[in-house]
Design a protein around this ligand. Structure first.
Ligand code: FE
Ligand code: CA
Length: 518
């Protein structure tokens, strides 16, 4: 999403908060003052993409994490790992050794197999006589397990410079099974003068740049705590590469061949730093990120990639009246292959809840009244810029009726809940899905825009909730009968730790259409 700056709130905040960043300065290159006290495992541990029998565990060796090579010499280093049933690491059920190599920035991705379904585990790593922090992870229930309950957190958009990860500090303390991250894990822009806390360097362009930027984010103790507490299911959006890129098209009108080199570097660094499976290892500028995970019979997660294959934003991008390009049947958000994969996966799904974990807002949102142009206006980077492929999916949901579709989104730095209509041009049309949009962990939503958005809501009666004043996450609790989404907001991102509270709650009854206030 382009920054929607009517006024530059940051300018105001930065001035008054110059001292805060210094008071909570993260370790800089050369420092060894990390929470765990490790000189090697400075970026913590993580796990991800659980199956019923396996899970990925992750770490990186980085004694000097803000250097492109992490402070490592260019030799492979053996890393031992072990996984246990207890937090004391006494009942070890698996162990092994893998190599951390300079080709992957001395990151380690181990797919641990042979585990029991639906069980918590604890894991750690050893290298050069040091041990890592202990992480906690879990497997998902077996495919035919009916499952009584699943709880997870939905997050997106963690602009490091705009504030502290107080949302993650609270998330790490929640009673959850996993976390779904729908993109903007890093931001590519360079250091901003007066930011709450500054990144090192300018706009990320090279593999070295992206590695340093990922490492800098991973130094945050609250983000480390969330990764150590739960497995993540992650997919990227635009800022992991560049703001609002589309396929091979940069917003800066550079040669697509050159941009694909940058994209390859960004995808490589993203893979290196997220707990993804080997199937997601990029090959050049291509990365197989769309994939499916099953939480027993309770839920199928259809994880989408709406950046890599999309056609360019129509109408010149931004917030615009719909031009012909927004309605073009040649437009695509997912590419044809992923679209077919999604439809066949929905058709064959046995799950009670079919979750589309994806990036940009799916619901129609006409913001014409706020734009004051006397005509409907839409966000061209979201599904509103891709009306034909959205309608194909809506038609599919109406015709094939996969069980209980729920769409999870981020990107817009504000919280939303919406009923997804079979035909958005007919307010009486049937509801075919629910959408829950998480606000940002830290990324900015200009406060001056909040009343402007509120003015548009009567024109969009299927949108049931909007909040643009808070940062936080959505906590979801799902049973075979009921989906509940709690919108959790922190008081402040200007301090590392801040209280969290529930701002609103919505439920969806299985077998019934539509969201209602809890
Ligand atoms: Fe964002
Ligand atoms: Ca985004």
């Amino acid at each position: 999403m382009r920054r929607m700056a009517l006024i530059n709130r940051r300018t105001v905040l930065r001035g008054g908060l110059a001292g805060l960043g210094a008071a909570y300065a993260l370790p800089r290159a050369g420092s060894t003052a990390f929470a765990h006290g490790s000189r090697l495992f400075t970026l913590g541990v993580a796990s991800g993409d659980p199956g019923a029998r396996s899970v990925v565990i992750w770490t990186r060796l980085a004694p000097d994490p803000l250097l492109p090579d992490g402070g490592m010499t260019p030799q492979p280093v053996p890393v031992r790992w072990e996984i246990a049933r207890d937090a004391g690491m006494r009942h070890v059920v698996g162990r092994g050794t893998t190599m951390a190599t300079p080709a992957s920035a001395h990151t380690v991705h181990v797919t641990v197999d042979g585990l029991d379904p639906d069980r918590w585990y604890y894991y750690r790593f050893f290298a050069r006589g040091e041990d890592s922090p202990i992480g906690r992870t879990r497997t998902f229930p077996a495919p035919h397990d009916a499952c009584s309950r699943m709880r997870f957190g939905l997050v997106s958009c963690q602009d490091f410079q705009n504030g502290f990860y107080s949302a993650y500090a609270n998330l790490a303390a929640e009673d959850l099974d996993f976390i779904v991250h729908v993109g903007d894990y890093i931001y590519e822009d360079g250091a901003r003068a007066g930011a709450v806390r500054q990144v090192v360097g300018g706009e990320t362009m090279t593999l070295a740049d992206y590695r340093v930027r990922h490492a800098e984010h991973k130094l945050d103790p609250a983000l480390q705590a969330a990764h150590a507490a739960f497995p993540f299911i992650a997919t990227f959006d635009d800022h992991e590469v560049e703001d609002n890129y589309a396929g091979a098209i940069s917003v800066d009108a550079v040669d697509p061949a050159l941009f694909l080199q940058r994209r390859a570097a960004a995808y490589q660094a993203y893979f290196e730093h997220l707990p993804l499976r080997e199937a997601q290892q990029p090959s050049g500028a291509a990365m197989q990120l769309f994939r499916r995970l099953r939480f027993g019979k309770l839920a199928a997660f259809h994880v989408l990639d709406t950046r890599q294959y999309r056609t360019d934003q129509p109408c010149g991008d931004g917030f615009k009246p719909a031009c012909a390009g927004a309605l073009s049947p040649a437009a695509t958000m997912t590419g044809a292959e992923q679209e077919a994969w999604l439809q066949s996966g929905l058709d064959s799904s046995q799950a009670t809840w079919n979750v589309l974990a994806q990036q940009v807002m799916f619901t129609k949102w006409n913001l014409g009244r706020a734009a004051g142009l006397g005509v409907p206006v839409f966000n061209m980077d979201a599904w509103d810029g891709y009306v034909a492929p959205r309608q194909r999916l809506l038609d599919f949901l109406a015709a094939r009726t996969p069980a209980n579709p729920v769409i999870l989104s981020g990107d817009i730095h504000s919280a939303w809940a919406a009923n997804i209509l079979e035909n958005f041009d007919d307010p009486a049309a049937g509801i075919v899905a629910a959408e829950f949009v998480a606000t940002s962990i830290t990324s900015d939503f200009p406060v001056a825009l909040v009343p402007a958005v509120q003015v548009t809501l009567p024109d969009n009666p299927h949108i049931r909730y909007f909040d643009g004043l808070h940062h936080g996450y959505v906590r979801c609790e799902v049973t075979p009968q009921l989906w509940r989404s709690d919108y959790r907001g922190v008081d402040s991102i200007l301090t590392p730790v801040s209280p969290v509270s529930t701002l609103a709650s919505f439920v969806v009854q299985a077998g019934l259409s539509g969201i209602s206030a809890a």
